[in-house]
Design a protein around this ligand. Structure first.
Ligand code: IMP
Ligand code: MG
Length: 278
C-alpha cells in the first residue's frame, strides 16, 4: 500500500514550504520524502536544531533520516548538487545515507546554464532550468542514468533508483511529496510566460509514480501577503508594501534578489486551493 501527502506552494514560491515540510517530517511517519518538480532554482530555507540550511535539490527528509528522493519530475545540476550535499553534511546532517536520485530525472548541463544566463525576458534564476526541461521534452535531454555513465557524473551512480521499484515494491510506503515554486508560476496555470518550466501543482506530484488514490492530504502553503521574483511588474502601489518587503526580509533564497510584494489575493488563493485539491 502506498499513501502520500503533498506540500505545494499556493502563490509564487517562497511561501515557506521548506518550514512546513520540515515540521511535517518531524511529526509524521513518512518512509520517503520526494521532491517532485524543479531543480536548483528552488531555495527552501530550513532551521534545523537552530542552524539555518537552504536546500536547492535535496528533499527535507534528510534532516530526519528519512529516505529522500529527487524525483523524476526534477532537473538536476550535478555540480551544484554535489556542493549542496557537502554543505549540508558540513552542518552535521547525514545526507549521503538517505539521498536517492530518480534514474529518469533530467540533467542540467553547462550549456543550459550558459543559455539561461542570457535571459532577461522572464527574470529566471539563471540556473539552467528552462533549457533543461526544453531538451527533456524535445527528447534531446540527458537522464541521470545516462549521465552516471559519464566520468564527471559517475559519483551519482550509487544514489540512482527506479522510483517505481522504490515506492511500489514494498509494504506501507508513506511519501511526503515536497513541491517547489508555486501555483502562480506553474507552467500551465501561472501568468505565462512569467512562469517556471515545471509542474508545481498537485498534479506534478502524480508524475513521480504517485497514484491519485494514494493521496491522503494536500497541504497548500500561503503567506499573508504575496511576493514574486521575476521580470514582470508585480509590486503594489501602497508604500506600506515596501515596509513589508523590508521587515519580511523578502530576498530570494537562491539569487538574493528583492522580492516584489503585494497584498494577499484571496480570489487567486481560492482558485489555487480548488485546482490543487487543498
Ligand atoms: P526559472 O525557474 O529559473 O526558469 O525562473 C522562472 C521564474 O520562476 C522566475 O520568475 C523566477 O524568479 C521564478 N522562480 C523559480 N524558482 C523559484 C523559487 O523557488 N521561488 C520563487 N520564484 C522562483
Ligand atoms: Mg524559495
Amino acid at each position: 500500500m502506498i499513501k502520500a501527502d503533498v506540500v505545494i506552494g499556493l502563490q509564487y514560491g517562497d511561501e515557506g514550504k521548506g518550514k512546513i515540510t520540515h515540521d511535517l517530517c518531524r511529526e509524521g511517519s513518512y518512509t520517503h520524502v520526494l521532491r517532485f518538480n524543479g531543480g536548483c532554482n528552488a531555495g527552501h530555507t530550513i532551521f534545523h536544531n537552530g542552524t539555518k540550511f537552504v536546500t536547492h535539490h535535496i528533499p527535507s527528509g534528510v534532516f530526519f533520516g528519512i529516505k529522500s528522493i529527487i524525483g523524476s519530475g526534477c532537473v538536476i545540476d550535478p555540480i551544484r548538487l554535489q556542493e549542496e550535499i557537502e554543505t549540508i553534511e558540513a552542518g552535521g546532517v547525514d545526507v549521503k545515507s538517505y539521498l536517492l536520485i530518480a534514474k529518469n530525472a533530467h540533467i542540467i548541463r553547462s550549456s543550459h546554464k550558459e543559455e539561461d544566463s542570457q535571459d532577461t525576458a522572464i527574470g529566471t534564476t539563471k540556473r539552467g532550468n528552462g533549457p533543461a526541461y526544453r531538451d527533456k521534452y524535445n527528447r534531446t535531454g540527458l537522464t541521470a542514468e545516462q549521465a552516471s555513465e559519464m566520468s564527471n557524473y559517475s559519483w551519482m551512480k550509487p544514489y540512482l533508483v527506479d522510483v517505481y521499484e522504490e515506492l511500489h515494491t514494498r509494504d506501507n510506503t508513506y511519501v511526503l511529496c515536497e513541491g517547489a515554486q508555486g501555483f502562480g508560476i506553474d507552467i500551465d496555470w501561472g501568468d505565462y510566460p512569467y512562469v517556471t518550466s515545471s509542474h508545481c501543482t498537485t498534479a506534478g506530484a502524480l508524475l513521480n509514480a504517485i497514484p491519485p488514490q494514494a493521496i491522503n492530504r494536500v497541504w497548500g502553503v500561503a503567506k499573508a501577503y504575496e511576493t514574486y521574483v521575476g521580470a514582470k511588474d508585480f509590486q503594489g502601489d501602497d508604500p506600506l508594501l515596501e515596509d513589508l518587503q523590508r521587515i519580511g526580509q523578502e530576498f530570494g533564497a537562491t539569487t538574493g534578489r528583492k522580492r516584489q510584494t503585494n497584498w494577499i489575493n484571496l480570489d487567486f488563493l481560492a482558485k489555487s486551493c480548488k485546482i490543487n485539491g487543498v
